[in-house]
Design a binder for this molecule. Structure first.
Ligand code: DLL
Length: 431
């Protein structure tokens, strides 16, 4: 049940002691980098000044902008000790580069293997990794994890849907790693080929890298006949394998022996209480080549520190509710795209895809939600379609408190890809 029982079940107090020791070691290491030498000296932070975990708050926060501007200044080893680099997907602006030493790659592979093992993957499983190989961490991160665990690992990569299905059938994939929006999209190809994914030996899936709702997970589980686990990570903290769901499927355990997590009130930047949504801030506790201290992720979530029936004490993270930078403010109301998804995916008539467009007319913000409707509900009868459109509008309005313009479109007409889904197009600056 445990990949590393001693660490995963560390009793109260011992985990914190380990974290404190590693935090001080990391501060000492970070002082080897030009960036943190400047920052920490200016703030008067030394390893000795960190006497408790709360003292982490003495350390200045690190932002994506720091990484963009000063990238190589974060290195604590000569470049000759580096064996890999990855770059963030850059969904919000220019990409940032992360460098890894050999030990960093090994430690990362171990965390991913631990995550996979926790959900029930075992040596001998056939693991099809359907994420982009390359600068994105989702592909190679899980590839090394799968091999480490002892799976027959298929480096399928992203896209090429017909081949994905062929590979699954030919090699009897039992475990898949897939972007959730692509998992729903791929169902169209299964249907076209007349193959029912439930007839395949698939039993587990890892879905992550983009926000998705509980209903979306249940749809994927039902359509594929498997259990799907939420997986969270970001390039700046290696990539995947930062937090992962256990068989309870009730929050993602943060691997706190490797990452010190803070959840901060986005306004005051002071610690948020358990159960309260705040911005996630992470500090590497084991990284060698490029340790980051108090990295602001911009991701919003809450945590639960109650013991989990699985026996792990490590805190559990809620679903990522959104990012501080993807919040839509419309008519003064704050809206996260995930709220829209939650409403849409709970309606059986809604197909797999949707798109939110913001525009401006006469100084008024307009939110248009384009919704794909399942074939069987897309009738020629205008009255019925209108009734459905009204129902969707009402459902969105009661969740969001603003009234969107809902447009119903036929299945497969909205743009869909193999990478992270684009759910929001903001044209307000054009109008
Ligand atoms: O997406 C790492 C990853 C790969 C995670 C594969 C899981 C699976 P980046 O490209 O740097 O790294 O993007 C990181 O994606 O800050 C979140 O905003 C978002 N994200 C990642 N996982 C989840 C998730 C990878 N489970 C950014 N739910 C993060 C919601 C997620 N958002």
């Amino acid at each position: 049940m445990y990949w590393d029982k001693a660490v995963e079940t560390l009793p109260a107090g011992e985990l914190e002691a380990l974290q404190l020791r590693r935090l001080r070691e990391t501060v000492a290491r970070a002082l080897l980098s030009p960036f943190y030498r400047e920052r920490l000296e200016a703030a008067g932070v030394t390893p000795e000044s960190i006497r408790s975990l709360e003292d982490v708050q003495k350390i200045p926060l690190t932002t994506k902008d720091d990484l963009r501007r000063r990238g190589p200044d974060f290195l604590t080893v000569p470049k000759t000790e580096l064996v890999r680099l990855h770059a963030s997907s850059g969904t919000t602006g220019q990409a940032t580069v992360i460098y890894y030493t050999r030990e960093d790659i090994e430690a990362w592979a171990d965390l991913v293997a631990r995550s996979m093992y926790m959900t029930g993957v075992r040596p001998g499983d056939v693991f099809q990794n359907m994420m982009g190989y390359g600068l994105f961490t989702g592909g190679l991160g899980f590839h090394y994890g799968g091999e480490r665990l002892g799976c027959l690992t298929i480096p399928a990569g992203a896209g090429n849907s017909a081949r994905q299905i062929q590979l699954m059938r030919d090699h009897g994939a039992t475990v898949i790693h897939i972007i959730p929006s692509y998992a729903l999209y791929l169902l169209n190809h299964f249907e076209a080929l007349g193959v029912d994914p439930r007839d395949l030996p698939l039993r587990l899936a890892f879905i992550g890298a983009e926000p998705h709702s509980e209903d979306m997970r249940r749809r994927i589980e039902a359509a594929y006949g498997l259990k799907a686990f939420n997986s969270y990570g970001l390039s700046e903290m290696n990539g995947p394998g930062v937090a992962f769901e256990c068989p309870e499927q009730n929050g993602m355990h943060v691997w706190e022996d490797a990452f010190l997590m803070e959840v901060l009130d986005p306004g005051t930047l002071t610690p948020a209480a358990p159960g309260t949504v705040g911005e996630l801030v992470f500090t590497n506790l084991t990284r060698r080549g490029m340790p980051l201290l108090r990295y602001r992720t911009r991701d919003l979530a809450s945590y639960d520190d109650a013991p989990c029936p699985c026996g792990r004490r490590m805190k559990r993270l809620s679903r990522i509710q959104g990012r501080t930078d993807d919040m839509i403010i419309i008519k003064g109301v704050n809206i996260f795209p995930l709220q829209i998804e939650q409403v849409l995916m709970s309606l059986p008539e809604v197909h797999t895809n949707y798109l939110v467009e913001l525009s401006r007319k006469n100084f008024n913000d307009i939110m248009t939600v384009k919704v794909e409707v399942r074939e069987e509900f897309f009738t020629e009868d205008l009255r019925q379609l209108n009734a459905l459109r009204k129902r969707i509008t009402e459902a969105l309005k009661s969740e969001l408190l603003v009234t969107p313009v809902v447009e119903l479109v036929e299945p497969h007409t909205l743009p869909a890809g193999e990478g992270k889904a684009v759910r929001l197009v903001d044209r307000r600056s054009e109008g």
